[in-house]
Write a protein that binds this ligand. Structure first.
Ligand code: ADP
Ligand code: ZN
Length: 206
């Protein structure tokens, strides 16, 4: 099974993708995580993408598509953060057949609040924030490591990321509707509720 999880930044894509991947035994492929990994390793690609990521703009297609192709497994997966534009969706269609697109919808106000509150474990990648804060501030519940804030999770950059979403990514909604692959979930619901709605829908396509 090949799934796409769509939504604005902080809509819960990463959280839900991780849960779905565990439950359904899928690989979780996040282009944001792949890019941050490149930055951490200071690869040649990192230099090319850093400025785009800092401001929340899209990394050029040629770079992101190459990175994705190099990291797509042969077995089943859930894509998180790709595609982010019509041109990327068209590219993807040349490579694989998608079974379902799950879109997590949230209003912009909530997105801004969630993004500013978001903290990530530097060692295991667990995500904390507005709805699920860590028990001890800045310490991961799961592994005890310290939490960090993504450099692009600030008020200025999130506004740009929302503009990018509205201009470049939101046309994917009609694109996938026209292919009868689109499923909308209210992303403002609690994590387990979102999860249940997504799982129920997935059960109908298996
Ligand atoms: P979020 O969904 O919270 O905005 P991601 O971790 O998915 O964050 O992406 C972080 C940044 O990485 C984006 O703002 C963008 O600069 C870059 N990026 C990730 N995926 C793509 C993509 N498919 N195309 C272009 N740029 C991307
Ligand atoms: Zn952790």
């Amino acid at each position: 099974m090949k799934l796409i999880i769509l939504g604005k930044p902080s809509s819960g894509k990463g959280t839900q993708a991780k849960l779905l991947a565990q439950k359904l035994n899928l690989k979780h492929i996040s282009t944001g995580d792949l890019l941050r990994h490149e930055l951490k390793l200071k690869t040649p690609l990192a230099e090319k993408v850093e400025s785009y990521m800092k401001t929340g703009s899209l990394v050029p297609d040629s770079l992101i598509i190459e990175l994705l192709k190099n990291n797509l497994p042969n077995d089943d997966y859930i894509l998180d953060g790709f595609p982010r534009s019509l041109s990327q969706a068209e590219e993807l269609e040349k490579i694989i057949k998608i079974d379902l697109v799950i879109d997590l919808f949230c209003e912009d106000d909530l997105i801004i609040k969630r993004t500013i509150e978001r903290r990530i474990c530097q060692s295991c990648g667990a995500i904390y924030g507005l709805t699920v804060p860590s028990k001890v501030p800045n310490v991961c519940d799961k592994c005890g490591s310290s939490l960090y804030q993504r450099p692009d999770d600030n008020e200025e950059t999130i506004k740009n990321r929302l503009d990018v979403y509205n201009n470049e990514t939101s046309p994917l909604i009609d694109y996938y509707k026209s292919k009868d692959l689109y499923f909308l979930v209210d992303g403002s619901l609690q994590i387990p509720e979102v999860q249940e709605l997504a799982m129920k829908k997935i059960a109908t396509i298996k």
